[in-house]
Write a new protein. Structure first.
Ligand code: NAD
Ligand code: UDP
Ligand code: UDP
Length: 325
C-alpha cells in the first residue's frame, strides 16, 4: 500500500453499541472510517465524539437497499441485537440480516474487499452441546419469537460461505457471544444493562425464570480486539470462529454481583421466562485462541465496574439525552 495511504473501512451498524467502539478503534489504528447506519437502534450520541474527526464520515442508509461506495474493507454489524429490539419488527430483522448480507457481499464482490460478518452465538439456539464449539450445528426453533434473528444470522452465514465458494470472496465470520460495556442502550432489555440500571435506581432486579440459566459475558474492548485480529488473519482463514469470554455465570449470580458492586438496596424478583430462552451458553474459544492468539483479559467484575460507571454517568439528570462518552 502506498506510503501515507489510509485504509478506507466501512462499518455498517457503526452507530450502535459494538459498531461505535469498532469505529473508534479503527480511527485510532489510522483508518478512514465510513459509518453506515439507519439509526434503528443506534444513536448519533454514540458517535458524537467521532464527528469532528476528518477521517470519520456518517451516512444514514438502510443496508436492505443497495449501497454504492468505494472502500477497502467492510465490517457488517448492522442488525438490532437485543431480543426486544429484534422482535419489535421481525420481518425487518430478517431483511436486515439477509438482504443486508446480500448487498454487502455484492459490494465486497465488486470492490474485491475483505468482509467481516457479525454473526452470533444465537446460531447455536438453545444448545444441546456445552460448551459450544464451531462444529456444533445448533438447536434453533425456526418459527419461534427468536427465529427472525437466529435464522436471519444463520442465513447470512450461508450467504457468506456461498459467496466465498462461488465468487472467491475474502470473508471473516465471527460468532459473537453476549458482550457488554459502555454505550449499551439503557432500555434495550439486555440483562447487563437492565440489572445495572435497576440496581443504580434501587429498583427490583428482574430475574426471568429461576435465574439458573447461564451466559458468558465478554467485555467490549476484548471483543473489539478479537474482531480486529480476525480481520488481519490470512485469506485462507474464514471462520466461523467463536468470539466471547468463556467464564460462565448464572443470571442469578450476575444479579448478585451487580448488587454488590453498586452497593444497591435492590431486591430480586422473579418474572416468567421468555419462550425459547437458551438455558446455557458458553463459547469454546480454542480456535480463537489458536488462530488469533487471543483470549479475553477483562474479568466480569472489572468490566461491570466500567459499565456501572457509564450508566451512573448516563443516569445523572444533567446527562439525560446526551450519551456521548
Ligand atoms: P446495536 O443494536 O447497538 O447495533 C446495531 C446497529 O445496526 C444500530 O446502530 C442500528 O441502528 C443498526 N441497524 C439496524 N438495522 C439496520 C439497517 N437495516 N441498516 C443500517 N443499519 C441498521 O447492537 P450491537 O450489540 O452493537 O450489535 C452489533 C452487531 O453484533 C449485530 O449484528 C449483532 O447481531 C451482533 N452481535 C452482538 C452481540 C452482543 O452481545 N452485543 C452478540 C452477538 C452478535
Ligand atoms: N450491490 C450493492 N453495491 C455494489 C454491488 C452490489 O449494494 O457495489 C448489491 C446489489 O443490490 C446486488 C447485490 O448487492 O443485487 C448482490 O450483488 P451480486 O453482484 O452478488 O449479484 P447481482 O444481484 O448483481 O447479480
Ligand atoms: N434476563 C433476565 N432479566 C432481565 C433481562 C434478561 O433474567 O431483565 C435473562 C434472559 O431471560 C436471558 C439472559 O438474561 O436468559 C440474557 O438475556 P439477554 O437478553 O441479555 O441476552 P440473550 O438472551 O440474547 O443471550
Amino acid at each position: 500500500m502506498a506510503r501515507g495511504y489510509r485504509k478506507r473501512v466501512l462499518v455498517t451498524g457503526g452507530a450502535g453499541f459494538l459498531g461505535s467502539h469498532l469505529c473508534e478503534r479503527l480511527l485510532s489504528d489510522g483508518c478512514d472510517v465510513l459509518c453506515v447506519d439507519n439509526f434503528y437502534t443506534g444513536t448519533k450520541d454514540n458517535i458524537a465524539r467521532l464527528l469532528p474527526n476528518p477521517h470519520f464520515e456518517v451516512m444514514r442508509h438502510d443496508v436492505t437497499f443497495p449501497l454504492y461506495v468505494e472502500v477497502d474493507e467492510i465490517y457488517n454489524l448492522a442488525c438490532p441485537a437485543s431480543p426486544i429490539h429484534y422482535q419489535h419488527d421481525p420481518v425487518q430483522t430478517t431483511k436486515t440480516s439477509v438482504h443486508g448480507a446480500i448487498n454487502m457481499l455484492g459490494l465486497a464482490k465488486r470492490l474485491k474487499a475483505k468482509i467481516f460478518q457479525a454473526s452470533t452465538s444465537e446460531v447455536y439456539g438453545d444448545p444441546t452441546v456445552h460448551p459450544q464449539p464451531e462444529s456444533y450445528w445448533g438447536n434453533v426453533n425456526p418459527i419461534g419469537p427468536r427465529s427472525c434473528y437466529d435464522e436471519g444470522k444463520r442465513c447470512a452465514e450461508t450467504l457468506f460461505f456461498d459467496y466465498y465458494h462461488q465468487h472467491g470472496l475474502r470473508i471473516k465470520v465471527g460468532r459473537i457471544f453476549n458482550t457488554y460495556g459502555p454505550r449499551m442502550h439503557p432500555n434495550d432489555g439486555r440483562v447487563v444493562s437492565n440489572f445495572i440500571v435497576q440496581a443504580l435506581q434501587n429498583q427490583p432486579i428482574t430475574l426471568y425464570g429461576d435465574g439458573n440459566q447461564s451466559r458468558s459475558f465478554c467485555y467490549v474492548d476484548d471483543l473489539i480486539e478479537a474482531i480486529i485480529r480476525l480481520m488481519a488473519t490470512p485469506d485462507d482463514f474464514t471462520g466461523p470462529v467463536n468470539l466471547g469470554n468463556p467464564d460462565e455465570f448464572t443470571i442469578r449470580e450476575l444479579a448478585e454481583i451487580v448488587i454488590e458492586l453498586t452497593g444497591s438496596r435492590s431486591e430480586l424478583i422473579f418474572l416468567p421466562l421468555p419462550s425459547d430462552d437458551p438455558r446455557q451458553r458458553q463459547p469454546d474459544i480454542t480456535l480463537a485462541n489458536e488462530i488469533l492468539d487471543w483470549r479475553p483479559t477483562t474479568n466480569l467484575r472489572a468490566g461491570l465496574l466500567r459499565t456501572i460507571d457509564y450508566f451512573s454517568w448516563l443516569l445523572q439528570p444533567e446527562t439525560a439525552g446526551n450519551t456521548s462518552i
